[in-house]
Design a protein around this ligand. Structure first.
Ligand SMILES: [Fe+2]
Ligand SMILES: [Fe+2]
Length: 187
């Protein structure tokens, strides 16, 4: 005897009713599997990391000097704009989840995974950016692992940002090789 066919959406009325409830929760519906507070905290830490990256790249962009620095300067400027984009993407996601993006400069460096180092010369600047990008990559990989179980939308956003950070690290590595030989590679 055939069992009664279950409709795909078990109870559309119930889903509609729940969607109407708690409208102030925005994109966070009862089926959200993550812990919203933890998600917002983690995303705010990532936001701080990105803000520090904007500041560091902007400082390097302004301070890059020397006859060979034009292309490096342009690269720093482009990265500063892309890090700014990451700031906005993370802030939007925090906002969607009902949180408040933390732009308070107080405690910024404590929340950030990467550091703000100005660098004494062009090669130092490139090295500092490469270090910061590698830290960002590690941090995002860890967050992606965490969110793959808890929040696929946030995971996808972080995957897009991670791909850009890998590009950034590669750019900085290329610049380092061009300006200082191959100090990072074992012969
Ligand atoms: Fe970034
Ligand atoms: Fe980056």
């Amino acid at each position: 005897m055939a069992e009664m066919e279950q409709p795909f959406l078990t109870d559309i009325e119930e889903i509609r009713r729940r969607a109407r409830q708690h409208l102030e929760e925005g994109a966070v519906t009862p089926s959200y599997e993550g812990d919203v507070e933890t998600t917002i905290k983690l995303l705010n830490d990532a936001l701080a990391t990105e803000v520090v990256c904007v500041l560091r790249y902007t400082s390097h962009y302004i301070n890059a000097q020397g006859i060979q620095s034009e292309s490096v300067k342009a690269e720093f400027g482009q990265h500063a704009r892309e890090e700014q984009q990451h700031v906005l993407q993370l802030a939007e996601r925090i906002n969607q989840l009902g949180g408040k993006p933390n732009f308070n400069p107080e405690g910024l460096l404590t929340r950030s995974a990467s550091q703000y180092v100005e660098g004494a010369n062009l090669v130092d600047m490139i090295k500092e950016n490469l270090i910061a990008e590698r830290i960002a990559i590690d941090t995002y990989r860890e967050l992606i692992r965490y969110f793959s179980q808890h929040d696929p939308t946030t995971r996808r956003l972080l995957e897009v940002i991670l791909a850009k950070e890998e590009e950034h690290a590669n750019d900085m590595h290329d610049l380092l090789v061009a300006h200082q030989g191959r100090p990072m590679l074992q012969s």
